[in-house]
Design a protein around this ligand. Structure first.
Ligand SMILES: Nc1ncnc2c1ncn2[C@@H]1O[C@H](COP(=O)(O)OP(=O)(O)OP(=O)(O)O)[C@@H](O)[C@H]1O
Length: 562
C-alpha cells in the first residue's frame, strides 16, 4: 500500500499537536536559546577579527584586551547554549515518546479483527518503536539542527556580505545550495535501498513474531535449523541492502570533499588581490576563514538533516500504515438494547470472506429456557456465525435481531457488556488467575468464587499454594488445555451475562467435568440465552435445541431452525 504524503501527515499532526500543547514552554525556551547560541557563534569570530585588526593597526594591547576577553566569553556562552539546546531537546523527546506510544496503542486497540490476523505482536512492536524514533528524529532535527543551522547560515552569509563583499557571500551561498541540493538528490538515488532495507526489517520482525508463537511446534518437528537458515537469510538480505545504501553514500562523500576544496580555493583567489589593495584586512581574512569553516558544519547538518528526514520517513511508514489501517466502525450512538426474552434471530444472513467462502442465507433463532447448539461439518461456517454475533464481521445481507433490535445498530461496548464469550482459542494474559478471570471489571470476591465453582475450577485453584494469585505463564501455558478452558468459562460467566456464546468451550474437558459444567449452564438457561458450537454429540441433551448448518457448499449454508 503506497501512502500519500497527506495521509502520512495525519499521525504526525495528531501527535505533534499533542506534543506542542504539552511541551509548549520548553519548546519556546529551546527556540530562544537556539537564537542566542546562533548570535554568539557568529558574533565571536567577528569580534576576534576586529580585535586582530586593531592590534595590527598598532593600538595598545590594554585597549584591545577587552575585545579578546569578550570574544572568549562569547565562545564560552555559545558552547554552553549549544549544550543546553542538545539536552533540552533530548529531554522533551521522552515526552514525545510517551505521547506517540500511547496514541499508537489507543489506535491499535480499535483495529479490526483482520488487522490482528495480518500482523503479529512483534511486527506491531517493531513498527511502533521505529515510528517513535523516527518522530523523535523529526523533532530533534527541527529543533536542534534545521532551525539553528538555517539561522546560522543566514547570519554568516549576511556578515560575510557586509564585511567582505557580495560576491564572496554569493559564492558561499551557491556552494551551500549545491551542497544541500546534491545531498537531497543523493538521498533520492539511494532511497530504493533504504526503503527495501526497512521493508525487509519489518518482514523479518513479522517472521520472528510468527516463529516465537510457534516455537514449541517448531521444536517438535526439529525445525530449528530450517528456522535459523530462514532467519539468517532474511537478516543477510537486510544487511546487504544497508550495505548497498552505505557504499553508494561513501561514493557521494568524495564529491563533497572536492566541492569544499574548490569553494575555499575560489574564494581565497578572489580575496587575496583585495588584501593587496587594502580593501580586505588580515582580520577580515581570519573572519572569512573561521566563518567558512564554521559554516560547513550547518551546511553539512542541513544536508544530513535531509538525509535523516528521508530515512526517518521510511522508518515511519510501517507506523503510518498501521495507524491508518481500518478501525472497527461502531454504532456509538446506536439503539439502546432492551432485552425482554433474550431471543437471537438470524434472518437470511450472508457473509463472504475475500476468498469467496463464508455463509449464505443463514436463518435460525436461539431462545432461553434450553441450550442452543450450533452444529455442522468443519468449515460449515459456525465460527463465522459467532464472529458475526460478536460484531467482528458485519453481515453482507440480512439482519441479526436481538429481540426486536437490529444488532447492526447496537454499539459494541453496549453489546459486549451484555454477553459472555468462550472462544475456540483461549487467550490468557501472563498474569494471575484472578486477573485472567476478572479482566479489569469490577472486583467482587464472592462472584469470583461463585463463577469459578460453576466452571468447575474452584477446587483446583484453592488447592494451588498461591490460589487465585497463581501466574499462568505466557499464553496460559502453565495450565492444561482443560484448565485454560475452565478459566475462560469462569471469565465469561463472571459479569453475569445475558447471552453466553461457547465455541467448542468444553472440547478439552473430560466427560464428567464437561457434564458438570453443562449442568451448571443449563441451570442458568432461563435467564441467559446460551448458544454453543460443538462437534461432540454427547454434550447435547434431548431437551436442547439443535441448529444444524447444512452440509452443502459453505457459502450456500442454510441453517435449519430446528
Ligand atoms: N479469515 C478468513 N478469511 C478467509 N476465509 C475464512 C476465514 N475464516 C474462515 N474462512 C473460511 O470460511 C469458511 C467457514 O469457516 P468457519 O471457521 O466459520 O467454519 P467452522 O464451521 O467454524 O469450522 P470448524 O468446525 O472447523 O471450526 C471456511 O471455508 C474457512 O476456510
Amino acid at each position: 500500500m503506497k501512502i500519500k504524503w497527506a495521509e502520512a501527515l495525519k499521525p504526525v499532526t495528531a501527535i505533534l499537536g499533542d506534543y506542542w500543547r504539552q511541551s509548549k514552554l520548553t519548546l519556546i525556551v529551546v527556540a530562544g536559546i537556539t537564537t542566542l547560541s546562533t548570535l554568539a557563534s557568529v558574533g565571536a569570530p567577528y569580534l576576534f577579527s576586529k580585535s586582530l585588526d586593531r592590534i595590527s593597526a598598532g593600538e595598545p594591547v590594554e585597549q584591545t584586551l577587552i575585545g579578546f576577553v569578550v570574544y572568549a566569553g562569547l565562545l564560552g556562552i555559545a558552547t554552553v547554549l549549544r549544550h543546553a539546546v542538545d539536552y533540552l531537546t533530548f529531554m522533551t523527546s521522552e515526552n514525545l515518546n510517551f505521547i506517540a506510544g500511547v496514541s499508537f496503542f489507543e489506535r491499535i486497540l480499535k483495529k479490526t479483527t483482520d488487522f490482528f490476523i495480518d500482523h503479529n505482536s512483534a511486527e506491531i512492536q517493531s513498527a511502533q518503536s521505529r515510528g517513535q524514533s523516527a518522530l523523535n528524529g523529526f523533532v530533534q532535527l527541527a529543533l536542534g539542527i534545521i532551525v539553528p543551522s538555517i539561522a546560522q547560515i543566514a547570519l554568516t552569509i549576511a556578515t560575510l556580505g557586509a564585511v567582505l563583499s557580495a560576491d564572496i557571500a554569493t559564492i558561499v551561498f551557491i556552494y551551500g545550495v549545491v551542497f544541500v541540493g546534491f545531498t537531497y538528490l543523493a538521498n533520492k538515488w539511494t532511497n530504493q535501498h533504504l526503503h527495501a532495507a526497512i521493508e525487509s526489517t519489518q518482514a523479518n520482525a513479522r517472521f520472528v513474531g510468527n516463529a516465537m508463537n510457534a516455537m514449541e511446534t517448531l521444536r517438535h518437528f526439529d525445525s530449528q535449523d530450517w528456522l535459523r537458515r530462514k532467519f539468517s537469510a532474511k537478516a543477510r538480505e537486510i544487511r546487504d541492502r544497508w550495505r548497498s545504501f552505505c557504499l553508494e553514500r561513501v561514493g557521494y562523500g568524495a564529491f563533497f570533499g572536492v566541492m569544499l576544496a574548490l569553494q575555499f580555493a575560489i574564494t581565497f583567489w578572489l580575496l587575496l588581490p583585495k588584501y593587496r589593495t587594502g580593501t580586505v584586512t588580515v582580520g577580515d581574512l581570519v573572519l572569512f576563514n573561521t566563518l567558512l569553516l564554521q559554516l560547513n558544519q550547518p551546511f553539512e547538518m542541513v544536508g544530513h538533516a535531509i538525509d535523516n528526514l528521508a530515512r526517518s520517513y521510511s522508518q515511519f511508514m510501517p507506523y503510518v500504515k498501521m495507524w491508518l489501517a481500518p478501525e472497527e466502525t461502531d454504532a456509538e450512538q446506536g439503539s439502546p438494547l432492551e432485552i425482554r426474552e433474550g431471543r437471537i434471530q438470524f434472518r437470511s444472513i450472508s457473509f463472504s470472506y475475500p476468498n469467496g467462502r463464508g455463509v449464505e442465507d443463514v436463518r435460525f433463532a436461539a431462545e432461553r429456557g434450553r441450550l442452543n447448539f450450533l452444529i455442522g461439518k468443519t468449515g460449515a461456517g459456525k465460527s463465522t456465525i459467532f464472529r458475526l454475533l460478536l460484531k467482528s464481521l458485519a453481515p453482507a445481507k440480512g439482519q441479526i435481531l436481538i429481540d426486536s433490535t437490529d444488532l447492526a445498530n447496537v454499539g459494541r461496548r453496549q453489546w459486549f457488556s451484555r454477553i459472555g464469550v468462550v472462544p475456540q482459542e483461549i487467550v490468557l494474559l501472563n498474569d494471575s488467575l484472578r486477573t485472567n478471570i476478572v479482566l479489569g471489571r469490577q472486583p467482587d470476591e464472592t462472584k469470583l468464587r461463585e463463577t469459578a465453582a460453576r466452571a468447575a475450577i474452584l477446587g483446583f485453584i484453592d488447592a494451588l499454594p498461591e490460589g487465585f494469585e497463581t501466574l499462568v505463564g505466557e499464553r496460559g501455558l502453565k495450565l492444561s488445555g482443560g484448565e485454560r478452558q475452565r478459566i475462560a468459562i469462569a471469565r465469561a460467566l463472571y459479569a453475569e451475562p445475558e447471552f453466553l456464546f461457547l465455541d467448542e468451550a468444553s472440547s478439552a474437558l473430560d466427560e464428567v467435568t464437561e457434564r458438570g459444567i453443562m449442568t451448571e449452564i443449563r441451570n442458568i438457561a432461563d435467564e441467559v440465552t446460551v448458544l454453543a458450537i460443538t462437534h461432540r454429540k454427547v454434550t447435547i441433551d434431548a431437551d436442547d435445541h439443535v441448529i444444524q448448518l447444512s452440509e452443502a457448499d459453505a457459502l450456500a449454508n442454510q441453517a435449519d431452525a430446528g
